[in-house]
Write a protein that binds this ligand. Sequence first.
Ligand SMILES: [Zn+2]
Length: 471
Amino acid sequence: MRPVLSIAAGALALAAVPSQAQERELTEHEQRVRDIYRDVIAFRTARGHGQVDDMVAYLTGRLSEAGFANEDILVTDYDSEGDPTQGLVVRYSGDGSSGEKPIVLLAHMDIVDALPEDWDRDPFTLVEEDGYFFGRGTMDNKYGVANLTGTFIRLKEEGWTPSRDLYLVFSGDEETGMVSTRAQAKWVAENVGPAFVLNSDAGGVGLTDDYQPMAQRVQAAEKTYVTFDMTVTNPGGHSSRPRADNAIYELADALQKVRGYEFPARATPLTRSYLGALGQAIPGPMGEAMKSFATNPEDEEAIALIRTHPEFHGTIATTCVATMLEAGPAENALPQSATAAVNCRVFPGEGVELTKQRLADAIGNPDVAIVARGEPTESPESTLRDDVRAALAKSLEARYGRAIPIIPYMESGGTDGMHYRALGYNTVAISAGASRPQDVYAHGLNERMRVDAFYAGLDHWTVLLKELAGS
Ligand SMILES: [Zn+2]
């Protein structure tokens, strides 16, 4: 999960949400999800701690108790680049009356590790303080896990039967290797063939400084993440006898070219409507530039201005930036090789190969070898389906008592969703969470979630599923 919309705060503000009575009694569903939230946060499901399987055992226990049959619960072991983890799939069988294909719901069980000594409170104990829940995963993504699991249990206990099959698919290494994600996406393609996929791990309601709902963000596309190693090699020699050709100088020249290169501006219906909506909310020349770009994506002045802002630059083009350097064996030897890591976020549809070619052309030196690390996942853009938009609007209306703007956006890349998009499935992330930009601490210290936002989002998936899979 990544923060977006951090400068639009306030501009799309709606009327204040009625504040919840702090001391009121929790409903059975609220208590259940809070308990699951507390219990799953206690598992240190970071790479290297071997606790994903404990969390899976806990969740399957809760689901079995609620009436999910063993044959509807699938636990799979994965080796995530040397670290054992697990994935969990839960089927909620429908009666098939709608004749529609299943819906897949995503969350991830693993976390970015948290060091207790660095936190103000124990990251693996759910702490409620000053109107916040603190703990690792309170946002990313154990709220998604607890909310989706609690929703399945609630609906089962109500005796509800969906009109199509529903699947929870929880991955176990989203934050690292995504080995479980890739395997689960393949399994879903082979065994489920869903109509579409909904992800709990991004999107969500952006709140203004004074906690008013601004807009529901819908992650509908992700840029491709790829790192290129750029290497110059050289015979080297003694530093007392400098040669004209030097691997470090040559690499430095190449990096200067990368620095000065701008990838061509790109636009899709998604990014145009996103910038158009943001432009309405942002005052001054930047807002004007966004609105101009939305109507004419070839407006050079608008492009130039948008490129100056680090947060928006990536919305209109591929970006690449040098992030690491390695060169030379000793201070008194000429370098035999020099390597820089250049991290790129590739605009959907542009491709890793074309990006590499453009970098090579910009550098103009065939002696600089450019090699992509790993196997980047390229994924197309998804559209926000009308049925999903309508269900989401209904859920928001139920939560806030009024319509909330729904704004699809493109993320810089990194959630489970891209692996489903890559296989051709329409995938949008629509977290039930709500937060102010300054309260987003995912991956960082003292991760937190507003207590009132936590409870306010607990009907989100119930409303959505009853709309999309009701009789
Ligand atoms: Zn996440």
